[in-house]
Design a binder for this molecule. Structure first.
Ligand code: SF4
Ligand code: SF4
Length: 397
């Protein structure tokens, strides 16, 4: 039995979706690992020494460029390897000093920075979004991805907290409109918990809906979109004085015995997360995050990092048949960055580099919308990315 997914890809169907179970809280594994190079922050600088003992919530790494901190999710001893910093946890916990409740925008931004909060919708440190006043504020509880449901579970279980942080953020940011975005599909399953509430707005549409929303919102520059878990982490940081040291991930796929949303300490190796959720069979694909923008990993020791939202273990993915590009132009309409994938690819094939440059492939952020929509399954997203690389990358504006 297969689910027909995006762009005709067929995914294995699971016995019981994770959305129907409460969020589980995973205990600390034997070893937590932190990569010394992060896709979001670049090089990280160790703030600890090999063999050193650290307390829970001590700063262990900082981003070289921004100074953004990553905190120890546990008390334990540090080992530094070539690519990783490892922390062997012990049971001893440490208290974190109380901080006063912030009220203003700069206080919330400072707390988000101090407490190492990363936004799961894009991997950006949350404080960077809380810089200027905004007109519209959106907390994103949209589970984009066929198996994803972590945001919906949080929505069902922390409704009152969500209303509170929405109010705080709205007031601090001076927003004239603020709401929580919920996808229609998940809403149907948690309808009871949301009955009578008015703080959310349902969004309709086909995957990938979020870039389409961004495209509409881009006309009004004064808006921000904040991930639900990041917003809740900010609330916890203010009220309980705890930094962000966990992620809520959907652990799913036909090779997972008990699909569930699990709160996982950052640094936990993916293999431990899968074993926790009951690995069955031998997955051909283990994918971190979105099926389009995420990545397939080959090493079970790869750690969960701040901002991760899912771990998928799949026996197989049936790729749809690829046919020749028919020039339909659907990829052009789908691109939220306003570039023309079809023209870029065609001009490149003809060797007309001037024309390629004029269509700005460097603006592509690999969102995957064009590949999702393409009826010929020729993966324009991959092709544009390859052209961008061949042309020396360039900087996203
Ligand atoms: S992957 Fe690149 S070209 Fe394709 S829709 Fe996204 S930004 Fe546009
Ligand atoms: S790449 Fe796909 S979506 Fe774009 S024009 Fe060709 S067939 Fe249409």
């Amino acid at each position: 039995m297969y689910l027909r997914g995006h762009g005709g890809v067929e995914l294995p169907r699971m016995k019981e979706p994770a959305l129907l179970r409460p969020i589980e809280h995973m205990e600390l594994p034997e070893m937590l690992r932190f990569s010394l190079i992060s896709p979001n922050f670049g090089t990280l600088v160790c703030q600890v020494k090999n063999g050193q003992r650290v307390k829970k919530y001590d700063v262990i790494l900082t981003a070289k460029e921004t100074g953004f901190a990553i905190y120890a999710p546990a008390t334990g001893r540090i080992t530094i390897e070539d690519e990783y910093l490892s922390l062997c946890p012990t049971k001893i916990q440490s208290a974190f000093e109380e901080t006063p409740h912030p009220v203003g925008r700069s206080d919330l931004a400072a707390t988000a920075k101090l407490m190492g909060i990363i936004d799961e919708i894009d991997g950006v440190p949350l404080y960077q979004k809380l810089i200027g006043p905004v007109g519209r504020l959106f907390i994103d509880a949209y589970d984009e991805g066929i198996y994803h449901c972590a945001a919906s579970r949080l929505l069902a279980e922390r409704t009152e907290d969500i209303k509170e942080i929405l109010e705080w953020l709205s007031e601090a940011m001076g927003a004239y409109e603020s709401t929580v975005l919920v996808d229609e599909h998940s809403y149907g399953r948690i309808r009871e918990q949301l009955d009578g509430q008015t703080f959310y707005k349902k969004i309709h549409g086909k995957y990938p809906i979020l870039p389409q929303i961004e495209q509409k919102l881009a006309k009004n520059r004064r808006y921000i979109r904040v991930g639900l878990f990041a917003a809740l982490s900010l609330l916890d940081a203010v009220k309980k004085s705890v930094p962000q040291t966990t992620c809520v991930v959907t652990v799913a796929g036909d090779c997972v015995g008990n699909p569930a949303c699990v709160e996982v300490p950052v640094g936990t190796p993916v293999g431990d997360v899968l074993r926790y959720a009951g690995l069955i069979g031998n997955p051909e694909y283990v994918i971190i995050n979105d099926m389009v923008k995420g990545h397939d990993i080959k090493n079970a020791g790869v750690p969960i990092i701040g901002g991760d939202v899912s771990v998928l273990a799949l026996s197989k993915i049936r790729q749809p048949k690829t046919v020749k590009c028919n020039g339909c132009g659907a990829c052009i309409n789908a691109c939220p960055r306003g570039i023309f994938p079809f023209h870029i690819i065609e001009s490149f094939k003809r060797g007309n580099m001037e024309d390629v440059k004029n269509h700005h492939p460097e603006k592509c952020d690999r969102c995957g919308c064009c590949s999702m929509i393409c009826p010929a399954n020729v993966e324009p997203s991959r092709q544009v990315a390859e052209i961008k690389d061949k042309m020396g990358g360039g900087v996203n504006p």
